[in-house]
Structure formats: C-alpha cells, structure tokens
Design a protein around this ligand. Structure first.
Ligand SMILES: O=C(O)COP(=O)(O)O
Ligand SMILES: [Mg+2]
Length: 233
C-alpha cells in the first residue's frame, strides 16, 4: 500500500510567519503613505500570496491601486521579506516533534502553500525544515493554487502519493476548501490566520496544538476518506 502522505500548509500552519509578513507589508504600504496594518487585519489579507495581500491592504485602506504601483510594491515587499528571512518566523510549538513522529511511523510529508516559491523555499531551508518534506509546491508552481483541487492533487502526484492515502493540514479556508475539492480529509489548526472560526469551514477534524496530530488520527482520517476517493475515480 502507498505510504500515507501528510500535506501541510505553510503560513499559519507549520510556521508562524505573521510578524514578518506584517513588518514587510507595513514597510511596503508605507511607501504609498498607507497606515500600518495589524495582526487582525492580516487574517483578512493573507492566504493568496503577496500580490493579493497588497491589493487587499489597499482595499482595506480604501485607497485605489494601479497595476504599475502594484508591481513596484510587490518588488518592494519581496526585497524586504527576502532580506530579513527568517526574521521572527518560527515553527509552531510541537511541529518538529510531530514531523519526527509521523516520519518515524513511515508517513511521508509534503508542503502545499500559496506562498511564492522564491520565499517559501529559502524560508524552510533557513529554519532547517527543508529535508523533512518529499516535496513542496507553492503559489506559483502550477497555473492554479489553493483552493483549486489541482494544487493538492499536483502535490500528491509530485510526492508519489495517492489521494486516498493523503490528508491536508491547514489554517485557512483555502486549505480546507482545497482538500474538500480534492476529496481528501482535512485537519484545521486553531492557531493560524483564519478570519473566521476554523470549525465553520467544515474540516474533518480540528486541532489546537501539534500534540493532537497523532499517527492514529491520520490513519483514522484516511480510512474515512477511502470510499469518497474511490467514488471520485
Ligand atoms: O502567503 C500566503 O498568502 C499564504 O500562504 P499559505 O498558503 O502557506 O498559508
Ligand atoms: Mg496558511
């Protein structure tokens, strides 16, 4: 049987990147005289990559944004974020132990993030996590991204996994919806950047900490997913 594949979202799930996203975003929008955003604002802005985050910040501040300025500000964000990585970003409590536990049980691990590859790869590298994942796909790996099912299905294919033996762990609507669209079970974490209570997103399970992400839970969720995945074929 194919080894189980546990697919993690990055921002707000594996790594607490919010302080650096906020710093770089505020540095970026200050160039257009916009007032700084807060953590609560970020939960509405993050999830679809840097370009969308900047656009949403302008919408939040009720300020128009033309394409040329958007391009310039995108470059400004990337330069600032790349220049400070890993900054204050750290894996959430229990992440490393959890990855150890799942790997030791023969499970394979992957990352499926909407963050641009240019930022996501060096970030997990600098945090010493890169070797733990068989693959990482980013917001610009395919022509589509979460919540499109093809982002998850493409990740599973690259990892040599099987949709009926895969589980998605995430913090936002994009993750839970993408898992639903790909017909794989999902686990929502409560400590990430969702702007609504994750229970309302319809995940198969909710965890408040990584000690709750056990091999038993993964196995249980996968066994439940099989009839759905089989029916989809
Ligand atoms: O950076 C983003 O906007 C989203 O990243 P995530 O998919 O890892 O949460
Ligand atoms: Mg996330």
């Amino acid at each position: 049987m194919t080894a189980p594949l546990v697919i993690f979202d990055l921002d707000g799930t594996l790594i607490d990147t919010a302080p650096d996203l906020i710093d770089s975003l505020n540095h970026t929008i200050a160039a257009a005289d916009l007032a700084p955003v807060t953590f609560d604002d970020l939960t509405h802005l993050v999830g679809q990559g840097v370009r969308v985050m900047i656009r949403r910040a302008f919408e939040l501040k009720k300020t128009p944004l033309d394409e040329r300025t958007a391009d310039r500000l995108f470059d400004r964000f990337i330069e600032h974020y790349e220049g400070h990585m890993p900054g204050k970003s750290r894996p959430y409590t229990g992440v490393v132990e959890c990855l150890d536990r799942l790997s030791s049980a023969g499970m394979r691990l992957a990352v499926c993030t909407n963050k641009a590859g240019q930022l996501a790869f060096p970030l997990i590298e600098k945090l010493g996590l890169a070797d733990r994942f068989v693959t990482m796909t980013c917001g610009d790996t395919f022509s589509v991204r979460k919540p499109d099912a093809r982002h998850i299905l493409g990740t599973i294919e690259k990892a040599g996994g099987d949709a009926s033996r895969s589980v998605m762990i995430g913090d936002s609507v994009n993750d839970i919806l993408a898992a639903h669209n790909a017909r794989i079970p999902s686990v929502a974490v409560t400590f990430g950047y969702s702007d609504v209570a994750v229970e309302t997103l319809g995940p198969d399970h909710v965890i408040g900490g990584y000690d709750e992400l056990t091999t038993d839970l993964v196995e249980k969720l996968m066994s439940r997913s099989m009839p759905i995945a089989a029916a989809a074929k």
